[in-house]
Design a protein around this ligand. Structure first.
Ligand code: GLN
Length: 313
């Protein structure tokens, strides 16, 4: 295996950038109007090592919607508040094997896992965060995202409005969960806070540092702040490994052997525990809702740097 030296990491990252810069295929998410209008040519890659070095190439300053990648960090907060067993018992951590916005995960059998990393389970996880009222709950979410990223993240107001105007399907899923006694706070409030967290503006560097915190056992590798209990990291990463790219997670793990998480804003993160995290931003998505170039770039870097956790050599 090539060593994870600065030169090797930079070379693999730059090659992945050049190789897929003009790759075609995929399309921006269009069910949220704001996302349809983002420039599909934007493309950036950032690596954050577990000891806090950051390498970047391309459009790494552009702020885009974090979308489903937010689910990982709200899960971390819910675990911190309630312990991991509460999440296992009430939300369920098994993979759904279904699209991210599926109602079937809720409907097939009442006790089925709805998983924190798809919409149903993520909204239920949001409802699990402990706070006396909506303002206090948002403040807690905002604080933990700021600690993960190392800066206070903005909410993209136009995106938040665009999502709010078009989230009828998510509201239906949430009320369905409620009807089965699987929602743990006010439904409309939780859906709104879920939608707001999806509307955070992050750049690829923010995502790399957030994912780098998971690679570094819950300590932000850049600010050195302890963000979450290290016991939760392998649990969160296991969830990412089995559900991070929804119904195409199996394909992803087959090729990368890494926990990952995508968002319909075009972001994708991959974590190599104890070593580094990669974040890619490129808006065109495949049918499952995962960045096309993002997956290609990570796969390339995994092969080039020998990052596959399932490769025993
Ligand atoms: N906000 C989006 C939704 O709820 C997030 C989905 C995603 O990124 N997969 O549909």
């Amino acid at each position: 295996k090539p060593g994870l030296t600065e030169a090797n990491i930079r070379a693999a990252m730059n090659e992945a950038y050049d190789k897929f810069k003009n790759a075609s295929g995929g399309a921006n998410a269009n069910y949220i109007p704001y996302l349809a209008d983002v420039d599909p040519k934007l493309y950036g890659i950032v690596v954050c090592t577990a000891d806090g070095k950051v390498f970047e190439v391309g459009d790494t300053k552009y702020e885009f919607g974090i979308e489903s990648i937010s689910k990982v960090f709200v899960l971390a907060l819910a675990m911190q508040d309630n312990g991991q067993k509460a999440i296992e018992d009430s939300i369920g951590v098994n993979a759904t094997g279904m699209p991210f916005n599926s109602v079937l995960a809720v409907e097939l059998e009442p006790a089925r896992a709805v998983n924190p990393l798809v919409n149903a389970g993520a909204m239920a996880t949001n409802s699990f965060v402990k706070a006396p009222n909506k303002t206090a709950k948002w403040a807690k979410i905002d604080d933990i995202f700021a600690k993960f990223a190392g800066r206070r993240l903005p909410v993209i107001d136009k995106l938040y409005q665009s999502e709010t105007a078009t989230n009828q399907h998510n509201r239906a899923i949430a009320w369905l969960l409620y009807s089965y006694g699987r929602f743990y706070d006010d439904v409309d409030m939780s859906v709104d806070l879920y939608t707001k967290a999806c509307s955070y503006g992050t750049n690829a560097k923010d995502l790399a540092v957030m994912a780098g915190t998971l690679a570094n056992n819950g300590i932000n590798p850049v600010t050195k702040e302890k963000v979450i209990n290290p016991d939760f990291c392998p649990k969160i990463l296991a969830n990412m490994m089995t559900e991070g790219l929804y119904d195409s997670t199996g394909d992803w793990v087959y090729h990368t052997g890494l926990p990952g998480k995508s968002g319909v804003g075009g972001g994708i993160i991959a974590v190599v525990p104890g070593k580094l995290a990669i974040a890619v931003f490129a808006p065109p998505l495949d049918k499952a809702g995962n960045s096309v170039k993002g997956q290609l770039a990570v796969k390339y870097m995994v092969d080039k740097l020998g990052l596959n956790l399932l490769d025993g050599r």
